[in-house]
Design a protein around this ligand. Sequence first.
Ligand SMILES: Nc1ncnc2c1ncn2[C@@H]1O[C@H](COP(=O)(O)OP(=O)(O)OP(=O)(O)O)[C@@H](O)[C@H]1O
Ligand SMILES: [Mg+2]
Length: 298
Amino acid sequence: MPTVLHQSNLPGLELIHRGKVRDVYALPGNRLLIVATDRLSAFDVVLPDPIPGKGEMLCQISNFWFGKTAHIIPNHLTGTPVAEVLPPGTDARLYAKRAVVTRRLKPVPIEAIARGYLIGSGWKDYQASGRLCGIALPKGLRQAEKLPEPIFTPSTKAAVGAHDENIGFDQVVATIGADLAEQVRAATLAIYTWAAAYAAERGIIIADTKFEFGTDEHGKLYVMDEMLTPDSSRFWPADQYRVGISPPSYDKQYVRDYLETLDWNKRAPGPKLPREVIEGTAAKYAEALKRLAGITLD
Ligand SMILES: Nc1ncnc2c1ncn2[C@@H]1O[C@H](COP(=O)(O)OP(=O)(O)OP(=O)(O)O)[C@@H](O)[C@H]1O
Ligand SMILES: [Mg+2]
């Protein structure tokens, strides 16, 4: 059985951030303990019901990709076992599969998005302007169509309650400088291209994905946070992919589709989820983990 954790409780450790999904604690030696909880956010609102085991699945899928892509870019993992840093008396089993000990990095203040297909906000922007983050695209592309080549489409990291906004590369340069901007773009496209090929062999299309990067005290760039999970990516089963529609997916679209059937204004507090939607969502995450990483959690 997966463990269930809506909110972590680690007395003695300094909680520095409770995000929508992760609880982040400071550790000595400029390190962090990052705990992926079972909280589910949709439309940027955290819903009242946790999805049992979701945090474990997110953490395990990220760890899988961090390992697989270490030849492309260094990542924030330190390799220190989680059990070593938990306060005495903690139920280690609750944290074993959902937490990691990481380097504490200085976050690069943009969302680094790679897109291989035209969907979501990318499709919206293209329809409105024929462009995406300042990049001109061929005319006549249809919804979900594969792009001639993957593109880097950064967005702002919005404050709590606000939504991220797509920005041009020039704005990234203005925010973080040309050198770091080039490094982030190159790393984003390199990881996406490698992972998309890996997933394609397993029958999954990675339509797009978001990375977060950070720098250490020497300015060296690392990929951090989560990586290529159903929360940060659109995963489409290749056998159900068609151009002209929004293909079914393993990501949060399932729960978003349910929420769209409700009369909810998309502001907190979010609605309770029926049991079948909770179970259906957990099953989607489990299937993504199994198909991509070959991991089953039990
Ligand atoms: N190695 C790291 N060093 C520093 N910060 C990190 C590292 N890895 C992840 N983070 C930060 O930890 C937080 C993880 O929390 P979570 O993913 O729940 O946040 P979020 O809800 O997506 O966004 P927000 O931070 O705005 O609440 C993020 O703010 C992320 O940028
Ligand atoms: Mg996050």
